[in-house]
Design a protein around this ligand. Sequence first.
Ligand code: ASN
Ligand code: ZN
Length: 333
Amino acid sequence: AAEKVHTGTGTGQFVGEVPLGTTPSGSGYQLTDPDRAGHKTYDLNQRTSGTGTLFTDDNDVWGDGTPSDRQTAGVDVAYGAAATWDFYKEVFDRNGIRNDGVAAYSRAHYGNNYVNAFWQDSCFCMTYGDGEGDNHPLTALDVAAHEMSHGVTASTAGLIYSGESGGLNEATSDIFAAAVEFHENLPADPGDYFVGEKIDINGDGTPLRYMDKPSRDGASRDYWSSTLGNVDVHYSSGPANHFFYLLSEGSGARTVNGVDYDSPTSDGLPVTGVGIENAQAIWYRALTTYMTSTTDYAGARTATLSAAADLFGAYSPTYLAVTDAWAGINVGD
Ligand code: ASN
Ligand code: ZN
């Protein structure tokens, strides 16, 4: 990632010690990021509406890495928003969620024991709960990137949040969550093909979702089938997440960034990976140029093939890898 202009330093629960964009205010500072269109981070103070209060600090040293310090969650989510902003800007020259240069805003400490995080187009904002026991907050980097990417999908393809298009909508958020994490590659949270591995939502150290073999979570589908559209969108995302993993890294056993994966294919045929940077470029172009609100898995295949043809040439090795990765999840041949 490019060097970030900043004035503050924070310690999050998940990001570790990081620079933060802050703004002098009175005798102190506020958590308003001058380098990302003034993105603001608020403390909802356990409320469930409004914006609560903007995080402020007197010496520009934020959080202590524990959930008992209210600023800690602010550090994690402010950094997550900044990393996501930087990813879209640096990698795709996208200027904010809607590509209009306008910052969203973030709200931490929503409700009591609230075990979720969510994006809303209506406020152009994202919101984070403190999790079970108010100390497993939903504030990790991949969660932030997942939520903000719902805003990108809403302002581009507009994939309807049910049926196969809903699974593709969810997968798009998981795909860019992984991509942001790899792009940032923080020592405290290196890139991986898991979603939510830091927040320990299951209480046993397992991630929320696995992209190499989505059924590892006990509910997600690995492969497309004609009943996929009847499945919850967080599980019908599985085959598209699996497609993205296969296209990035290829099938079979592999260690990436220190993590072991073993990715099967529905047809038993091998897939050769093209790297996450090429795979994310294909998915982004497909999302922003070819997919529509009703795109299904078959449509996503043709959208990514059109994108791969634009970026790498029709019938190029990368284009053919896209074909193989879809075949690997039982879409096309
Ligand atoms: N955190 C969830 C998600 O982004 C919220 C939801 O169900 N939409 O998928
Ligand atoms: Zn989602």
